[in-house]
Design a protein around this ligand. Structure first.
Ligand SMILES: Nc1ncnc2c1ncn2[C@@H]1O[C@H](COP(=O)(O)OP(=O)(O)O)[C@@H](O)[C@H]1O
Ligand SMILES: [Mg+2]
Length: 266
């Protein structure tokens, strides 16, 4: 087991009372949790319970209906304007947050018309305004971390899913994120390719990366996470260490979920 004691480390992300309503559906209903520096926190729960929405609200890919996201001590809250639309207070801080939060998606989301190297240098050149030479140096460093530097001139469709996802990790790493959001990074992969991506996540965790991970790889999450959050119908039912979650599920729903994804004695 790789649990690192982090209880006193700085808070990177503090999510407070996050709510998200789509039409008449309350997808997130008062979700609060904290991610500290160097922690791996896994967000688990059945399909449709709001995991992706929670991640997407965290970096404002989706505007929360209400609540507050505090990132490295800077609070960004959402209130309602006169027309009842959500309004971000301190919107300037969203840019800062996005600059330091990297996201890896289930379906890789690489640019199909760009090479591996082009995918990784893109934000370095366009967002960080680095020279092409500097960007390529950093990109090659990031690609070597995921073992993909020799594929620099290939296009995404010439790569396996596992290789594409490793490039997606390199693209995030190149930006030196303070927090990585990973939304089911192995769910779209053939079973034999899952391991190579989990290996990258494990390596990043061991190197001290701060990661909020949505996953169904329960054994992996149990082994690697400092804490696991169980989301059920938009509410956090449990926020515990993996030991505690598996030993003492907080509700029938948690128990049922764990036994459905992890057979007894696994
Ligand atoms: N853009 C959207 N518009 C309307 N409903 C949405 C939207 N995104 C997600 N939902 C709904 O919100 C619920 C939670 O979705 P999601 O966060 O993707 O769940 P999970 O990632 O846990 O499977 C689902 O019922 C889904 O249909
Ligand atoms: Mg999802």
């Amino acid at each position: 087991m790789l649990h690192r004691k982090i209880s006193c480390a700085a808070e990177v992300l503090k999510v407070k009372d996050l709510a998200k309503v789509f039409g008449a559906t309350k997808v997130l209903d008062g979700v609060s949790f904290t991610v500290r520096q160097g922690e791996v926190v896994s967000l688990i729960g059945s399909s449709g319970c709001g995991k992706s929405t929670a991640l997407r609200c965290t970096n404002f890919l989706e505007t929360p209906t209400s609540g507050q996201i505090e990132f490295l001590g800077e609070a960004i809250s959402v209130t309602t304007d006169a027309r009842g639309e959500p309004k971000i207070v301190n919107a300037a801080a969203v840019r800062g947050l996005r600059r330091h939060v990297g996201m890896v998606f289930q379906n890789f989301n690489l640019w199909p018309h760009r090479t591996v190297l082009g995918n990784v240098t893109e934000a370095l050149v366009c967002v960080l305004r680095l020279s092409r030479k500097e960007a390529e140096e950093i990109a090659l460093w990031a690609l070597s971390k995921v073992g993909m530097e020799t594929f620099r001139d290939r296009y995404p469709q010439q790569l396996s899913g596992g290789q594409q996802q490793r490039v997606a990790f390199a693209r995030v790493l190149a930006m030196r994120p303070k927090l990585m959001l990973c939304d089911e990074p192995t769910s779209a992969l053939d079973p034999e390719l899952v391991g190579e991506v989990l290996k990258i996540i494990r390596k990043l965790a061991e190197e001290g990366a701060t990661i909020l991970l949505v996953t169904h790889e329960m054994r992996f999450a149990r082994e690697l996470s400092n804490r696991m959050l169980f989301l059920q119908r938009g509410r956090l039912e449990q926020d515990d260490t993996p030991e505690e979650l598996f030993r003492n599920p907080a509700s029938e729903a948690v128990k049922r979920f764990l036994s459905s994804v992890m057979p007894a004695n696994a």
